[in-house]
Design a protein around this ligand. Structure first.
Ligand code: GAL
Length: 919
């Protein structure tokens, strides 16, 4: 894409649309993305998070998006803005506000009521996005997505997309608008596309997504790699070939797998996904994309994060770690380091942005192949070497010809395991002519070139000089041979640690070639115009008046070496660092930088306890509750004939727990059957006249779980047979379905759908219903449901629990229904230390304990997720700084909902360190 007049490789990482109350946290993640080589961040804006009720859009979260876009700009990242209205993204209702669940018109169509709602959302969010557009000079938004994966293509959807497009333009959106085509159907291509079989739409660019990387086995073991697809110039082409669907616009993958999500009842696949879609995957698949001239690539996710509160859709639990490069606890996984080498490469080597498919290149081995591309203007050739097929993991050494304007050569290369390499030939390397190298280019700047290769593998780099240059090997071992006939200087070496070679030649700028093995390559950071070696992270580099101010993190004692503008003084996180010249033109710190201090975390010992669920008792006063009196619903699930509507959304109760109390007279039934909607791994508990009938759960353990159930309770004969009676039912609603199929799936009823007594709809039952008491003005609509404790402030830090009994945790007994456990703890994390902390419940070495209870975790009032002991797999919940106060008091409130008894009670609870850095 041309950005600010410069042809730019858009290398983008997706950040989860979680909204956390801490700008520092956003800055941390965005700086890490920039540091590992991204120039762009992409994120969805979740309509449902921002609109608690029809017509209400002034919720604080929308204003926070302003901050987020500012921080992205300050960090130096472009932004791909994805405001939906439909986003999918494993969020409640696929990003739809829950109140849309009762709208008459079909969502994702041209139904007037639906369009009126999307208009309001676009008005609110576009006002923010518009003022952050790069084109205004007031921000860094470069692209705007309408809808997401709209795979229905009728007239109604066309009208709908056109409506969204026109609205965005009317709202002042000037940047190119695109849609994300699920898979590669050739749907919604710009009018400029002349490719037969495509479907034109109101877009400026065509983009598609794909998740071809393979996942993990259900037992959590790493499966075999998949074959990397050619979705651009190396592929089959045509309407369904990926980028080939739009022949006049840049190759653009709006989402390319950077991991995968995980489901309730799995064994916990994130660590495995991080390996399956780890470094080898990135090299093979992202490398294939580069060879295919996909010059706008966004990886979903690079920073997965936490689907806190009631944000997760039924298909996913609290953690949206995704096995991504930056883990949920904000730590860099090894795959982030590989991304870094790729990101720096595509941002450094400009000719990559404008290539065509090159001539076929034979190889000496059938086990490998080369995808060849050429920049016609500069003559630069790119050789992408990969196994044949690309999922092979054999160890192959081979040769292939390099034919460029410089002559004909034979390159020797090795691919061992899931691996691929992009080699560059005929290229201007800092004013020195690179004939070719069998090391990959990581980056180059200011007379320094950083090349890398796999440890122990041989490499050669050929540069051309009209006369014999002076070559000094400053560190490590390398051979240097000059051929005066061709002018070729050939450096030969084994990749091992760091090799430094200094080349000076008449009429050429001096060049320092740094050749690193992969471990060493990870120690380098390029920040704008500065190259740094040593620390575990470099965030910013500012050079002024001979002084270089660096900020970053150490997770252990680390060296520091810099190459950049002329510098006399270097500071690290504000403190001067004594430096001396290093071999190869840089400056090196005389002493290592310090690692972080050790932190100690308090034990959580002093718990207070109170039982709740008073709603189960016959005498509970529910006079103030809403009486269920609606006879019609727009939800896709209807009550049985003759029964009033019971579904919670119809009464404005959209998230979390909902209570029902059905009052009736006469003889009690012998069996009660309830039809209920509870989302993924939902829960329902019932009492008749205060006697506990039991609990039922929606089965889990599959990637697309059921979300609705029919369950029967047999009424024990011991219960009174004459009225009045109260049937009390509590439904935990684990969120609304996504609407990926454009079939209003988000409108499936939640809470009770219908109830029958002895097989028939009972006459004369008065139902009262109660969900969340209101919307938390700070934490938003997704923070709270309708538990008694939530309605009475028990989840909040300011609640006074002094009258509550003391209680030991782990506990040894439980009542059926919900009880609360509260404690406080003080943290004293030093200001120069970034500690990423979590809360762990039970034994993380097993995915589930089998105990029949679940916990809502409130930290300082924020609902940080749900632990389900008999479903799993998540035991550790990330507590982000901002929610957590690292230097002061914190309050934990756990709402434990149990089947009752000695076994189904709270297991151990403790704080966990997920990473510590000095910064
Ligand atoms: C894509 C979709 C995303 C997300 C992803 C899986 O198809 O566009 O929103 O759901 O799948 O994580």
């Amino acid at each position: 894409m041309i950005i600010d007049g410069r042809r730019t490789f858009v290398w983008s990482g997706e950040m989860h649309p979680f909204r956390l109350p801490s700008p520092d946290l956003w800055r941390d993640v965005l700086q890490k993305m920039k540091a590992i080589g991204f120039n762009t961040v992409s994120f969805y804006f979740d309509w449902g998070y921002h609109s608690p009720a029809p017509g209400v859009y002034d919720f604080t979260g929308v204003r926070d998006m302003d901050k987020l876009l500012d921080i992205a700009d300050q960090t130096g990242l472009y932004v791909i803005a994805r405001p939906g209205p439909y986003i999918n993204a494993e969020t409640d209702g696929g990003g739809f506000p829950a109140w849309l669940a009762t709208q008459a018109g079909r969502a994702r169509s041209d139904a007037p009521d639906y369009l009126a709602a999307t208009d309001q959302w676009q008005s609110a969010i576009d006002a923010i996005i518009a003022r952050h557009q790069l084109t205004n000079g007031t921000g860094s938004v470069i692209l705007y997505q309408i809808e997401n994966e709209l795979a229905a293509t009728g007239t109604s959807q066309r009208n709908y997309l056109q409506h969204l497009y026109d609205k965005a333009r009317a709202d002042g959106i000037q940047v190119p608008i695109f849609h994300n085509d699920k898979g590669r159907n050739g749907f919604w291509v710009p009018p400029s596309s002349t490719v037969p079989g495509t479907l034109p739409g109101p877009v400026d660019l065509y983009a598609f997504d794909g998740y071809p990387g393979g996942t993990c086995h259900t037992d959590g073991s790493v499966g075999s790699p998949s074959v990397a697809p050619d979705w651009g110039i190396q592929g089959a082409g045509g309407a369904k070939g990926g980028a080939s669907a739009s022949n006049m616009t840049p190759g653009f993958t709006a989402e390319f797998g950077g991991g995968w999500f995980d489901y309730w009842g799995s064994v916990g696949t994130y660590p495995c996904t991080a390996v399956r879609q780890g470094s080898g995957y990135e090299r093979v698949f992202y490398g294939t994309n580069i060879a295919n001239r996909l010059t706008v690539q966004n990886f979903y996710m690079v920073s997965g994060g936490t689907s806190w509160g009631w944000l997760p859709a039924p298909v996913v639990y609290t953690s949206y770690d995704y096995g991504a490069a930056i883990d949920e606890g904000r730590q860099l996984r090894p795959k982030a380091q590989t991304l870094k080498t790729l990101g720096y490469f595509v941002q450094t080597v400009d000719p990559l942005t404008e290539v065509d498919k090159g001539a076929d290149v034979p190889t000496s081995s059938a086990a490998v192949r080369i995808e060849h591309s050429v920049n016609a203007e500069t003559g630069t050739n790119f050789y992408f070497a990969v196994h044949n097929p690309s999922n092979a993991t054999t160890d192959d050494s081979f040769t292939f010809p390099i034919d460029t304007a410089d002559g004909s050569y034979t390159a020797s290369l090795r691919l061992n395991g899931q691996d691929a390499k992009t080699l560059v030939a005929d290229y201007d390397l800092e004013g020195n002519h690179l004939v070719y190298s069998t090391s990959e280019i990581e980056t180059h700047l200011r007379g320094v070139a950083l090349l890398h290769g796999r440890g122990g593998e041989a490499g050669e780099t050929v540069l051309r000089y009209p006369s014999r240059p002076t070559v000094r090997v400053l560190q490590g071992e390398a051979g240097a041979a000059y051929d005066s006939a061709t002018g070729d200087l050939r450096l030969t070496y084994l990749h091992q640690g760091l090799i430094r070679v200094r080349i000076t030649a008449p009429d050429r700028p001096a060049l320092t070639v740094l050749i690193a093995d992969e471990d060493t390559a990870t120690q380098f950071w390029r920040v704008d115009d500065v190259l740094v070696r040593g620390p575990q992270l470099v965030r910013t580099a500012r050079s002024h008046g001979g002084r270089l101010d660096l900020t970053g993190d150490t997770t252990a004692s680390a060296p520091l070496e810099v190459w950049g503008p002329p510098t006399r003084v270097v500071t690290w996180n504000g403190k001067p660092v004594a430096v001396r010249p290093s071999a190869g033109g840089g400056l090196v710190a005389v002493r290592n930088l310090d690692g972080p201090r050790k932190i100690t975390l308090p034990d959580l010992t002093a718990w207070r306890y109170a039982a709740e669920s008073p709603e189960a008792a016959p005498g509970f006063d529910d006079a103030a509750w809403r009486t269920a009196d609606l006879t019609a619903t727009n939800s896709t699930t209807k009550p049985p004939a003759g029964q009033v509507v019971l579904t919670a959304d119809d009464y404005g109760f959209h998230h979390g727990d909902v209570w029902y109390r059905g009052h009736f007279d006469g003889a009690a039934p012998t069996a009660v059957t309830v039809d209920w909607g509870g989302g993924g791994a939902g829960l329902m508990q019932a009492w008749l006249d205060g006697s506990y009938l039991g609990q039922r759960t929606i089965p889990s353990g599959v990637a697309s779980p059921p979300t609705r159930n029919n369950d029967t309770f047999t009424i024990p004969p011991s219960l009174p047979t004459d009225g009045p009676h109260v049937l009390a039912v509590m439904v935990r609603d684990n969120s609304h379905n996504e609407d990926g199929g454009v079939n209003d799936a988000h409108k499936e009823g939640r809470g009770l759908i219908g109830a029958t007594f002895d097989g028939v709809v009972p006459a004369g039952v008065t139902w009262r219903i109660q969900g969340a008491a209101g919307v938390d003005p700070v934490r938003g609509p997704l923070n709270n449901g309708g538990l008694y404790g939530e309605r009475n402030g028990w989840s909040l830090p300011a609640f006074n629990d002094r009258s509550w009994a003391r209680r030991a945790v782990p506990d040894d007994s439980a009542i059926p229904g919900t009880s609360w456990y509260r404690t406080t703890f003080d943290l004293r994390i030093p200001p120069d230390t970034d500690a990423s902390l979590g809360l762990t419940i039970g034994d993380p070495s097993v995915p589930r304990s089998g105990r029949h209870y679940r916990v809502l975790i409130f930290v300082n009032g924020w609902n940080m997720g749900q632990y389900i002991a008999d479903v799993g797999p998540q035991h550790t919940f990330v507590l982000p700084t901002g929610v957590l106060n690292p230097r002061g008091r914190n309050t934990i409130a756990l709402a434990v909902t149990s089947d009752g008894g000695a076994a189904n009670t709270l297991e151990s609870v403790h704080l966990t360190t997920l990473g510590v850095a000095s910064r």
